[in-house]
Ligand binder design. Structure first.
Ligand code: FES
Length: 140
C-alpha cells in the first residue's frame, strides 16, 4: 500500500490516544510511526526518541504528560503537534515527521517517502497470530 493507505479511523486515534503502525521507506527500511492527536486532527512521528533512539510507544501506547508525548527512558517530552522537545536530554530536537492527512473520517498516509505496511510495531506484521496492534495510551 502506497501513500494514501488508510492507517486508522480518526475517531479511534482520539479515543485511544495513539495508534502505532509500521511503514517502509524508499530504501526498504521499516520504521515504526506513532499517530497522535493534535487539536481536532492528528500528526505522525517516528516512534524513536531523538536522544537515544528509545521507542516512545513500546507496545502499550504513547505515554502523555500534560498533553505531551513522554519518553519513558529519561523523561523528555515532545509536543504532539510540532514534535519539538524543549526539555531534558532531548532538548532542542524534533521528532522526524511522517505526513498524514484526514480523509472521510480516516487517517491516511500522505507521505510519498513511505509505504504503509501494517498497524502495530515492527514485530506485529501479518504473521497469522491475529494479535492486535498497540492502541492504548497511558496518561499522567
Ligand atoms: S532516550 Fe528519550 S530522553 Fe533519553
Amino acid at each position: 500500500m502506497a501513500a494514501g493507505a488508510t492507517i486508522a479511523p480518526l475517531d479511534r486515534v482520539h479515543e485511544e490516544g495513539s495508534v502505532l503502525c509500521t511503514v517502509v521507506d524508499v530504501h526498504g527500511v521499516e520504521e515504526e510511526v506513532i499517530v497522535v492527536p493534535c487539536g481536532d486532527g492528528v500528526r505522525a512521528w517516528h516512534n524513536r526518541c531523538t536522544h537515544e533512539d528509545f521507542r516512545l510507544d513500546r507496545g502499550f501506547g504513547v505515554i502523555y504528560r500534560q498533553g505531551e508525548i513522554v519518553c519513558a527512558k529519561h523523561g523528555s517530552t515532545f509536543d504532539t503537534c510540532s514534535g519539538y522537545c524543549d526539555n531534558g536530554d532531548a532538548k532542542d530536537t524534533t521528532l522526524p515527521e511522517v505526513e498524514v492527512a484526514c480523509e472521510d473520517g480516516d487517517v491516511v498516509l500522505a507521505d510519498d517517502a513511505y509505504t504503509f505496511l501494517h498497524e502495530g510495531g515492527l514485530d506485529d506484521g501479518d504473521d497469522g497470530d491475529d494479535m492486535p496492534g498497540s492502541t492504548s495510551h497511558i496518561g499522567f
